[in-house]
Design a binder for this molecule. Structure first.
Ligand code: SAH
Length: 464
């Protein structure tokens, strides 16, 4: 982020603009929405500017800007649409301590003006750092259509009512009250009879929510999927939206954590594969202690929480504390990985079953029914299989597996940095070492990417 969005307090502040043409008009239309003290310098101003000056909405000086004109000025706009004049006025304003924007000159500007969706006091600012004005306009049009025109009125009335709502207990009850106001009762009351109705509805709502009981604590064990936020379920999104506390593993992508309610407490239980980690008892205690205080806890796990996620230990702890819980399934790494190579997990005539294996368990490298796996046509999705690759290879070959059996490793499935390594059982450990994968990786034993050509393509492209 090269530009950090903030909302600047401009009430009563001096904002100066130099210019009297189209660019000046476009900026002034926005600036007139503010409560700033607007001053325009233009030797030949457009008629609209003259009108605004007559109406007392800005102060107009029919001359070029000169030294001293931008003292005590918060913002300065150079909008003369003339590079030399803009540079001259900007340098005066800069020297006099104003923040400077030169219209259509991102490089020499200290700030930029975003595209704005105005539902005052609700304001949405959209910026693309100059990269894609078309995109900003499209997003603006989309939001204009989505946000009801009454939103501003509701927010204004709501703001005046804030103190009255303070009698509700903080946290969930108060939040539910406001959600009920903005999304149900408020818009209906406004339709019925304007501001007076809304005020009545607010009174009634406070009484209704005063009686509402605090929800008891609850734990949702939620699958965050393999990384792509679009692979989250709607239920996962809802749970994140309602969470007071989100306890997540290391595998959960930051883009997904961004979706948690803004006030939610995020706790990284950061279970590293081999590195230091919060131990399981500690995690259990953390979940229970938050839920016991009445929090809506989301225990967010990579992929599907029921796959190699130590879910049962956490459920046992939660049940022992007599706390309600439920599971929201997620897309497991095997599903995302198989999609990435254009294959099916099962296929008529090839494999009518698929095993999910872990490369290691509490005792170290995990043991499996190697004999059964070594039979031709078997397919297994191996989780946490990087370090154990040589061990698994050895066991399988020892039990008669064909050394030419295809093996595909997918790293960071569904993420922008996804990579695919197509190899064979024989070459697996060597190729793995060479590829230096350091993200989470899933190994398919018995599956190659859909076509040999695809495999070569993937290899060339992604391991180049
Ligand atoms: N509950 C998770 C698995 C947890 S075990 C799930 O259902 O996916 C952690 C292992 O999952 C990693 O070592 C890796 O083998 C696999 N994994 C998780 N996310 C992955 C991803 N985006 N791409 C490839 N493998 C992944």
């Amino acid at each position: 982020m090269k530009h950090f969005p903030i909302f600047l307090s401009v009430e009563g502040q001096r904002i100066v603009l130099s210019g009297g043409g189209e660019a000046a008009l476009a900026k002034l239309r926005l600036l007139l929405k503010t409560e700033a003290d607007l001053v325009v310098f233009a030797p030949s101003p457009a008629p609209e500017i003259e009108t605004w000056a007559t109406e007392g909405r800005l102060t107009l000086h029919r001359r070029a800007l000169a030294v001293g004109d931008t003292r005590n000025t918060a913002l300065f706009y150079a909008a003369d649409e003339d590079a030399i004049e803009d540079a001259r006025t900007a340098s005066i304003a800069h020297a006099e301590g104003a923040l400077v924007n030169i219209v259509d000159n991102l490089e020499d500007s200290q700030f930029i003006t975003p595209a704005i969706v105005d539902r005052d006091p609700v304001t949405v600012a959209i910026g693309t750092e100059g990269a894609a004005p078309v995109l900003a306009r499209a997003i603006k049009a989309d939001l204009e259509a989505k946000l009801p025109a009454t939103l501003g009125a509701l927010a204004r009335i709501g703001k005046a009512f804030r103190k009255m709502a303070d009698i509700l207990p903080m946290g969930r009850v108060r939040r539910d009250f406001w959600a009920d106001y903005y999304f149900n009762e408020g818009p209906r009351a406004l339709d019925r009879g304007g501001e007076a109705e809304v005020n009545k509805a607010l009174q009634a709502l406070v009484e209704k929510h005063e009686k509402a009981e605090q929800l008891p604590g609850h734990v949702a064990f939620v699958g965050a999927g393999p990384g792509d936020p679009e692979l989250l379920t709607l239920k996962a999104r809802k749970a994140l939206d309602a969470a007071d506390v989100v306890i997540h593993d290391r595998l959960v992508a930051p883009e997904i954590l961004e979706l948690a309610r803004r006030e939610a407490t995020l706790i990284d239980a950061g279970k590293q594969g081999f590195g230091p980690s919060m131990d399981q008892d500690e995690i259990n205690r953390l979940i229970v202690s938050h839920a016991a205080q009445g929090a809506q806890v989301v225990r967010l796990k990579g992929g599907d929480p029921t796959v190699f996620g130590r879910l049962d230990e956490e459920i046992d702890a939660v049940e022992a504390a007599d706390i309600d819980w439920h599971i929201v399934p997620g897309i497991t790494a095997a599903s995302a990985s198989v999609a990435a190579i254009g294959q099916s997990l099962t296929r008529r005539g090839r494999n009518s079953s698929i095993r999910f294996l872990t490369g290691h368990d509490v005792k170290g490298f995990a043991d499996h029914d190697w004999q059964a796996l070594a039979r031709p046509g078997e397919v297994a999705a191996i989780y946490m299989g990087k370090k154990s690759a040589r061990f698994i290879q050895g066991r399988l070959i020892m039990h008669g597996a064909d050394r030419a059996t295809p093996v595909t490793v997918i790293e960071n499935a569904s993420r922008p940095d996804q990579r695919t390594l197509a190899t064979t059982l024989e070459k697996l450990p060597l190729d793995l070492a060479e590829a230096r994968l350091n993200g989470p990786a899933l190994t398919f034993y018995g599956l190659a990417p859909r076509a040999a050509q695809t495999a070569l393509f993937l290899q060339d492209q992604e391991l180049a």
